[in-house]
Design a protein around this ligand. Structure first.
Ligand code: USQ
Length: 406
């Protein structure tokens, strides 16, 4: 297949591009390199040293003889350029990662809220709009999030996108219907993925576009089969308070002798998936497109659920790290249960990579190797969801704040 990977320079976009190229597909990355600019804005860098996208693709070609093409295009701002590229290349499928993906970054300030909404919603809409305009029947696979469902305890499993409901009609009959599971976003970032869902519903219904939305959990790990092949193919690895995600952060913290930063009681339960499974799921979704004029296909892309404090305890036991409970900068339920259905990927043959000591210590080893690149003052998460919370989350990185709550 000829596949366009929108956002192919990012944390999942890059290993996905390698995985698909390795499987024999013709891969074209479209990316505006915004993630690299955000690093500059925040004054942080990936724990792992990352080469330019051009250098990465050059190394991949030298190693494997396969080419990954790179195009500097901003989906949100360069609609005409995007349309021109799609008209010229007419890909069979498109994987869409080209969105700002960090909840804390999206909540940093009014400017970051605007940026996240404008960027994410415009990128998705421009893409859909161009597909219709060009009469291009490319299967669109979008990276959504488990966060569209919210994490409230309802005592029943979260279905894969659609919820069967019974409705009583005005004349007293009972009718049943399947509706999109009620959206319940916990951040501006998560809200943009809820808006994406509505755009997909409309374009599938109105124009018959073939769309798959992957509701992914928190990704952990750094290497995939392909990124291991050469030092310069290494994936990015975020540890800072905005872009680092919980399990990877705990592992890096353990490696550099920093207390594990549990927010609140650590009673938050979340869905997780290893990055190797993430790229496999994307390939499985690409191989199984919905027919034209069908409803949007939705998969829950996760393999297990864990409570934040259990993860911290497991890593503390494994590494001897200390745990601290910090005031939570987020407005979220302090404790929740989470049961999620993920039968569709299992039925398609996904064999989940679960949290095992081997893989966890591999990540600690990567973190130790590059520990000299860590700026410890960027570890605490200080982006607060409300002004009230901002006053409790002070900007005293590492020192007094950590000690006072331990
Ligand atoms: N947390 C801590 N300590 C930390 C960091 C986080 O206790 O040092 C807690 C947070 O308060 C939260 C939970 O861990 O309760 C998860 O936070 P996270 O930063 O790992 O994940 P989140 O902000 O939800 O976002 C990440 C990705 C996002 C993806 C989402 C999937 O950045 O792109 O969509 O995971 S999900 O969480 O299932 O919605």
């Amino acid at each position: 297949m000829k596949i366009a990977v929108m956002g192919g320079d990012g944390f999942i976009g890059w290993p996905t591009s390698l995985h698909l190229s390795d499987a024999g597909h013709e891969v074209h990355i479209l990316d505006n390199l915004s993630r690299r600019w955000i690093d500059t804005e925040l004054g942080v860098q990936s724990l792992t040293p990352m080469d330019s996208i051009q250098e990465r693709t050059r190394i991949w070609h030298a190693e494997t003889g396969r080419r990954i093409h790179f195009n500097l295009i901003d989906l949100a701002k360069d609609y005409e350029l995007l349309k021109k590229w799609l008209a010229e290349h007419r890909p069979d499928a498109i994987v869409h990662f080209a969105e700002q993906r960090a909840a804390p970054y999206s909540m940093k300030s009014d400017r970051h809220k605007n940026y996240t909404v404008n960027n994410n919603v415009s990128a998705t809409h421009n893409l859909l709009n161009a597909l219709v305009e060009l009469n291009l029947d490319a299967h669109l696979v979008h990276l959504g999030t488990m966060g569209v469902y919210g994490y409230s305890t309802v005592g029943a499993a979260i279905p894969e996108g659609y919820l069967p409901v019974g409705i009583e009609t005005a004349d007293g009959r009972s009718v049943s219907q399947e509706i999109l599971y009620p959206a319940n976003p916990g951040s501006i970032y998560h809200m943009t993925k809820c808006l994406d869902q509505l755009l997909f519903q409309f374009y599938a219904k109105n124009d018959g576009l073939r769309i798959t939305d992957l509701h992914q959990g928190i990704v952990w790990g750094t290497h995939t089969e392909q990124t291991r092949r050469h030092e310069q193919l290494i994936n990015r690895f975020d540890y800072d308070g905005d872009y680092g995600t919980v399990l990877n952060r705990f592992l890096i913290q353990a490696a550099i002798g920093y207390p594990l930063t549990v927010h609140g009681t650590g009673g938050q339960t979340r869905a997780f998936i290893h990055i190797q499974d993430s790229v496999r799921c994307i390939e499985l979704a690409l191989k199984n497109p919905p027919p034209r004029n069908a409803r949007v296909e939705i998969f829950n892309q996760m393999t297990e659920t864990h409570r934040v404090r259990d993860l911290a305890e497991m890593i503390a036991k494994m590494s001897g790290a200390e745990i601290v409970r910090l005031p939570n900068p987020r407005k979220e339920a302090p404790e929740n249960d989470l049961i999620v259905k993920n039968d569709k990927f299992l039925d398609l043959g996904l064999a989940p990579t679960t949290l095992q000591a081997g893989l966890l210590s591999e990540i600690v080893d990567v973190a130790r190797k590059y520990a000299y690149r860590v700026d410890r003052s960027r570890v605490p998460a200080v982006s607060a969801w409300t002004k009230d919370l901002a006053t409790t989350v002070n900007h005293d990185p590492e020192g007094k704040r950590l000690k006072s709550v331990s």
